[in-house]
Design a protein around this ligand. Structure first.
Ligand code: OGA
Ligand code: NI
Length: 376
């Protein structure tokens, strides 16, 4: 418990263990506000503007791997209520948070801080995190927090809506890619995991990060980022801030969608910076394949060459976890050998730590910082 940033950080200076090296810390960098990711209005997606919406989604997913959606059908009331519940959760007294806090990777619902790798990482991230699966609802809801009292009811409603929205967007994506209707249904989008991230006000945002640069390993992410800045995406070698818009969700392409699209879409790299004024709370829904799904580029998108080989999703997750979210290295390990005379590109030997046994919940992005004593 004493590790949770929300429990110890008030009026304290930034500990050395949160200071990132100069090359990864944000510094006093001003990120461009004139450049933003596309905002797509889904209200016309079922009507005669559908082709236009499909094209907007495709273009944003190619250029940025990120876009925002408005008029998505999830009520303002549900968005506000759920954000209230998420904030309440992190404002609970320490004894209530202690019930949720756990260092046991086998626990399906748990509160932790920084990453699963807290004890081994060189630098900690300035965030607390509650994570749990949301599907199948009747199996997992009994493990969710009992406080705040509205948590289960509100989060169940939001997770059902988030999954529906995700499937709707995936249907538009499959149309844009020329894939059959329902391509991403069933096993490829079976799992749903929720991360609630909480970034308390930070004494020196120039030196630390809420989450370091990473791509999400799953298929598609739907993020409720509330009304506080903090999310940045890395595009054309520069960081762009993602403007919080009222009643919008941020959507990003995960690694599996990049792979299935044979690199036609890209999973955008992103990070989270902190601020010194207000706490920021966000909720990320990760739509993911079931662990035993076979992932490979869609045959109709392969053309001259398949960039990636076929693999089981759980093998990807294990590699993702052991490579600390280093996107190029992880994707390189799943590139098809034919492109490269039999040797996968960027394929260092696997050094799996026994800690990286896959448990039911390790489906979100994690491990941005490297373990102590390893080279960058
Ligand atoms: C994540 C993530 C962004 C945010 O949880 O993977 O990128 O703004 N979150 O909290
Ligand atoms: Ni992410």
């Amino acid at each position: 418990m004493e590790k949770l940033v929300s429990s110890w950080s008030k009026n304290k200076p930034l500990p050395e263990s949160y200071i990132f090296p100069p090359e990864t810390r944000p510094g006093n960098l001003i990120v461009p506000t004139c450049k933003t990711i596309p905002v797509i209005d889904l209200c016309n997606a079922e009507g005669r503007n559908r082709t236009d919406i499909v094209q907007q989604i495709l273009k944003a997913s190619q250029e940025y791997g990120f876009f925002q959606v408005v008029n998505h059908g999830i009520s303002e009331n549900l968005m506000n209520e759920s954000m209230d519940v998420f904030n309440e959760l992190f404002e609970m007294p320490d004894e209530d948070k202690a019930i949720l806090y756990s260092e046991d990777p086998k626990k399906s619902c748990r509160l932790l801080t920084s990453s699963l790798n807290y004890d081994r990482e060189k630098v900690h991230q300035w965030r607390d995190n509650l994570r749990h699966p949301c599907h199948p609802l009747q199996d997992c809801i009994k493990h969710w927090p009992q406080k705040p009292i509205r948590y289960r009811e509100v989060v169940a409603a939001l997770s059902i809506e988030a999954k529906k929205l995700g499937l709707r967007i995936l249907e538009l994506v499959s149309e844009g890619l020329g894939l059959e209707s329902g391509y991403f249904g069933d096993k490829l989008s079976e799992a749903l995991h929720l991360f609630i991230n909480h970034y308390p006000p930070c004494p020196d945002p120039s030196l630390t990060l809420g989450i370091t640069k990473h791509c999400d390993p799953n298929l598609l992410t739907i993020l409720h980022q509330g009304d506080v800045h903090g999310l940045q995406i890395f595009n054309n070698e520069e960081w762009i801030g993602v403007e919080p818009l009222p009643n919008a969700f941020v959507v990003n392409i995960g690694n599996q969608l990049q792979i299935i699209s044979n690199n036609k879409l890209k999973s955008g790299e992103h990070r989270v910076v902190t601020n010194s004024r207000v706490a920021r709370t966000t909720a990320a829904f990760f739509i993911a394949p079931s662990e035993d799904s076979i992932i490979e580029p869609a045959i109709s998108l392969v053309g001259e060459a398949s960039v990636y080989r076929a693999f089981e999703y759980k093998d990807f997750l294990l590699d993702y976890l052991s490579h600390m979210g280093n996107n190029e290295v992880v994707l390189g390990r799943f590139e098809s050998q034919s492109l490269n005379n039999g040797t996968p590109v960027n394929a260092p030997p696997i050094q799996r730590s026994p800690k990286f046994e896959l448990s039911r919940l390790d489906h979100g992005p994690d491990y941005p910082s490297r373990p102590k004593g390893t080279l960058e």
